[in-house]
Design a protein around this ligand. Structure first.
Ligand code: ATP
Ligand code: MG
Length: 547
């Protein structure tokens, strides 16, 4: 049996993993059983990117709201009818937590009757087999996959299959969803599903779509990687006019959307993961009238998405203004300003900036200025004992970078001249191995020497140079440091400053530089050298025996 927990842990991003832990803790505290459901399970199995996390709890999900908000969740919507929360969890992770429910449809176009249910009943109300699986996150059954419709076989066969013959009649938004998934995954509809789909289309079932479903599907479009491709498919199938009667591909700023995706890709390569959904909606609706745009906004359930979409223009405008002013008068100040700006704002402005100077500054931020980091003389800094172990290291490295950016340090010599006075005093020499004599003393000295020349000689100079410098230099990246998360303001402290916490561990393990002095005298001789001294006479007879 597949180890789904292992797959879960390897496939989710660190932020998504934290989100799973957060929701698990909240559900546990409330005494509710929790399952990961929907697209997340499908994508874990298929290997496609996991866009959002859909959780289902056996109980009222709304009861978790306060707990989750205290842990940093932003609630985009709390639906009293389905008792579901739409959340943005720390790190920008999108999630939905819904109450497990059964649905009973009396009439097409009418909302189903809902009732709290078990997880298995809940899976019966789902749209397609590949979306009707649940993974237990509960103690005792953690990792158990519930797949009553054999969705995993359909994933393997790469087909989209409805759960029953009335799927499209009961909820015509499934027609739109089928088109969306077929376009995204390039999976066909299973034969009978296709026949039902065609019949539903011919008989105009879509008329009965509920407003809430329209809003949900507009929102989902924003998160598609190829939103334009999906929009075109909607247009072809006749679904786009269902989302808005005047929406068409002609209303899309295709060049803007293309540039958005391209620039996003470039930012991803540098380690930024900006949330593009608001900007996608902006370009998808660029040529739609104001009224239509506000209709679309009203329909979208996730209010934080709508707010970000609305604020795009004004935020970009104010960032452009700041980039044109005194605050960005020098490269270093511009660097600091852009490092503290939200990646999504930089991305949007990079595409929409009208002033050449603003666009150029953003370009420099992503290209030319990053290369300046390579001018930081890391090996020499190590020789000077300016290493991540120093509390002042982040500031020193950052200051050097800023001075280099502004051209105030123009050569390596100038940089070293600047750095020298900032170097800490050299490490003290180790206590002499006076207590030992003869072989023991020699072994002690040999062990100390092997552990690091700095410790033996007490001089950080010539002997210590090669090895210590090489080891210490490794954890300090010469290349641009990648930002940790989408929301984190990346490389304001680009070089070592951004990673001192991470870089402290490896050198300590290898016992170099100053900590090494202690290790060599205390640990190595006592533990390793002593047995060696005693053991030496024993191995000697071995060659004799051979002879
Ligand atoms: P993705 O989020 O990657 O677009 P998804 O399958 O997770 O895909 P969501 O819109 O997030 O899609 O919905 C989560 C889950 O809720 C779905 O997987 C499906 O099980 C269920 N679902 C959503 N909409 C419907 C619907 N109209 N009818 C039945 N089940 C639905
Ligand atoms: Mg989903």
């Amino acid at each position: 049996m597949a180890d789904y927990i292992y797959t879960l842990e390897t496939r989710l991003s660190p932020d998504q993993q934290k989100a799973v832990t957060l929701v698990s803790n909240a559900a546990k505290a409330a005494g509710m059983n929790l399952y990961l459901t929907g697209g997340a399970i499908r994508d874990i199995i298929t290997g496609f990117p996991i866009r959002d996390l859909d959780f289902t709890v056996q109980g009222n999900a709304l009861k978790l709201q306060k707990d989750l908000e205290r842990a940093g969740a932003v609630v985009g919507d709390a639906d009293a009818e389905t008792r579901a929360l739409l959340l943005t969890l720390p790190g920008g992770v999108r999630a939905e937590i819904a109450m497990a429910r059964s649905e009973h449809y009396d009439k097409p176009g009418k909302a189903p009757q809902m009732a709290p249910a078990t997880i298995i009943e809940d899976l019966r109300r789902r749209d397609f087999t590949v979306n009707a699986m649940a993974l237990s996150l509960n103690e005792g059954s953690r990792g158990l996959l519930m797949d009553p419709f054999n969705g995993s076989a359909d994933i393997e066969a790469k087909v989209i299959r409805v759960l029953h013959n009335y799927a499209f009649l009961e909820d015509p938004s499934r027609l739109i969803r089928a088109t969306r998934f077929a376009t995204r995954f390039h999976w066909p509809l299973e034969e009978r599903t296709q026949a039902r789909y065609d019949a539903a289309k011919e008989n105009g079932y879509i008329e009965y779509i509920r407003n809430a479903s329209i809003g949900h599907e507009i929102e989902q479009l924003a998160y598609e990687d190829d939103a334009l491709g999906v929009l075109k498919a909607y247009e072809k199938e006749g679904w786009l006019k269902v989302l808005n009667p005047r929406w068409s591909t002609a209303k899309v700023d295709t060049a803007g959307l293309g540039a958005l995706m391209k620039t996003r890709q470039q930012m991803n390569e540098l380690g930024y993961t900006p949330e593009v959904a608001p900007a996608v909606l902006h370009f998808l609706t660029e040529r739609l009238g104001d009224k239509d745009v506000s209709d679309l906004r009203r329909a979208i359930p996730r209010k934080d998405l709508v707010e970000s979409w609305k604020d795009l223009d004004s935020n970009a405008h104010s960032l452009a203004k700041r980039l044109s002013g005194k605050e960005a008068a020098t490269p270093s100040r511009t660097w600091q300003l852009l490092s503290s700006a939200r990646p999504e704002m930089i991305l949007f402005l990079a595409i929409t900036a009208r002033q050449q100077a603003v666009a150029q500054k953003i370009k420099n931020f992503f290209t030319k200025w990053r290369l300046v980091q390579q001018k930081i003389p890391l090996p020499e800094m190590t020789e000077l004992h300016i290493t991540p172990q120093m509390p002042a290291y982040p500031k020193i490295a950052n200051d050097v970078f800023m001075l280099l950016l502004d051209g105030k340090l123009r050569s390596r010599t100038e940089t070293l001249k600047y750095l020298k006075p900032l170097a800490p005093p050299p490490p003290p020499p180790p206590p002499p191995p006076s207590a030992k004599r003869g072989r023991g003393a020699k072994a002690l000295a040999a062990a100390a020497a092997a552990a690091g020349p700095v410790a033996v000689s007490g001089k950080p100079g010539a002997k210590g140079k090669g090895k210590a410098a090489a080891v210490l230099a490794t954890p300090v990246p010469a290349a641009p440091v990648k930002p940790a998360t989408a929301k984190a303001a990346p490389p304001a402290k680009p070089v070592a400053p951004a990673t001192p916490a991470k870089t402290e561990k490896p050198p300590a393990k290898k016992a170099v530089a100053r900590p090494a002095a202690k290790h060599t005298t205390k640990v190595k001789p006592k533990v390793k050298a002593k047995p060696k001294v005693k053991a030496k006479p024993k191995p000697k007879p071995k060659p004799k025996r051979k002879k």
